[in-house]
Design a protein around this ligand. Structure first.
Ligand code: DAH
Length: 332
């Protein structure tokens, strides 16, 4: 005859055994077997339940609660164990690929060259005013670089010493003004463009490099006047230099504009030239078949290196082209 005490002892032993066996479980396979053994269909605990028939209702209830309670604990233990084993398996798999104790790798991020940065700022200003960005070839012929721009045949800039000639007709453009002509040939007014790009001159010292950048600007419309030009140039310079400058318009001469002006800004009590501008010369308009009685225009050419040096206090023009990372890195 089964005694209450014996059954109690057996249940206890069973539980102790489970706790011991649990310690040796290190794979999911073993875990499944343990699960079948202790809480599977034919497990010992369920067997005990069958034997309860002989007890009084009160004892039956007690045992029933106890057995189910132990079953619950075992189930919970098995879940914890399963999580632990799964995690171990995962970690072992990952270890092959990742050593989480390694320090992070530093990747050097690139930065924008100060010249590019300035061109971006210029583009951002003018495109907000509805200007279109355009470009022209760096290898030009003398028609676009000189003749069409009303530059006299004996003008010194055509000289061997200033211009890189390929032959009698072809050259590296000395100014982006050539893009004005190319654009006006292809498009009818109203025109509002800027043309950033490289230009070349045979010059090399601390204030001259054989290649440098200009941004050309051109507006052709009805009633374009010098006050439009003045407003545009003031607005741009104030935007570029954060309202931190004194600006001066100075009378000047360019063959393709009349009147012409140069703009200086003041730094360390000195006036420094930053761009040339003017109202498009009637001869230039005629050359591209734009009626000067109907339309007028303004034009300007900004020296990109010059304004970048002034904005950031860079002393030597050549440092833009030295590929010195310490300079470039400052322009993130
Ligand atoms: N092309 C001139 C230069 O290289 C700069 C310039 C002056 C451009 C006046 C213009 C202008 O469009 O109107 O020195």
């Amino acid at each position: 005859m089964l005694k209450k005490n014996n059954l109690l002892q057996e249940i206890k032993r069973n539980f102790i055994k489970f706790n011991q066996e649990k310690k040796n479980i290190d794979t999911l396979k073993k875990l499944v077997l343990l699960k079948i053994k202790y809480i599977g269909k034919k497990n010992k605990l369920s067997n005990y339940l069958k034997k309860l028939k002989i007890f009084s209702v009160k004892d039956k209830k007690k045992f029933f609660i106890l057995i189910n309670y132990i079953k619950k604990i075992i189930k919970r233990e098995l879940i914890i164990l399963q999580k632990k084993i799964s995690l171990d398996v995962y970690n072992i798999q990952q270890e092959k690929y990742i050593d989480v104790s390694l320090p992070g790798r530093v990747t050097n991020s690139g930065s924008i060259h100060p010249i590019t940065n300035t061109i971006y700022i210029i583009e951002s200003f003018f495109t907000k005013l509805g200007f279109q960005i355009t470009s022209g070839p760096e290898i030009e012929n003398k028609y676009y670089n000189f003749d069409s721009l009303n530059i006299p045949f004996d003008h010194p800039s055509r000289n061997e010493q200033d211009t890189f000639w390929f032959d009698k007709n072809n050259l590296l453009r000395t100014q982006t003004s050539s893009v004005q002509i190319r654009f006006m040939e292809q498009n009818k007014p109203p025109i509002k463009i800027i043309a950033p790009g490289k230009v070349y001159r045979n010059d090399f010292d601390s204030t001259h490099t054989p290649m440098f950048h200009q941004v050309e600007g051109l507006v052709i419309d009805k009633n374009i006047s010098f006050s439009n030009l003045k407003w545009l140039m003031y607005s741009f310079i104030e935007y570029f230099f954060d309202f931190n400058v004194s600006i001066r318009f100075r009378n000047s001469y360019f063959p393709f504009t009349l009147p012409s002006a140069e703009i200086d800004i003041k730094q360390n009590n000195k006036w420094i030239e930053i761009l040339g501008c003017g109202l498009v010369h009637v001869n230039v308009l005629k050359t591209v078949n734009i009626n000067p009685k109907k339309y007028s225009g303004l034009a300007f050419g900004i020296g990109v290196e010059r304004i970048t040096m002034l904005k950031y206090g860079i002393k030597d023009l050549r440092s833009f082209f030295d590929n010195d990372l310490n300079l470039i890195k400052q322009f993130k």
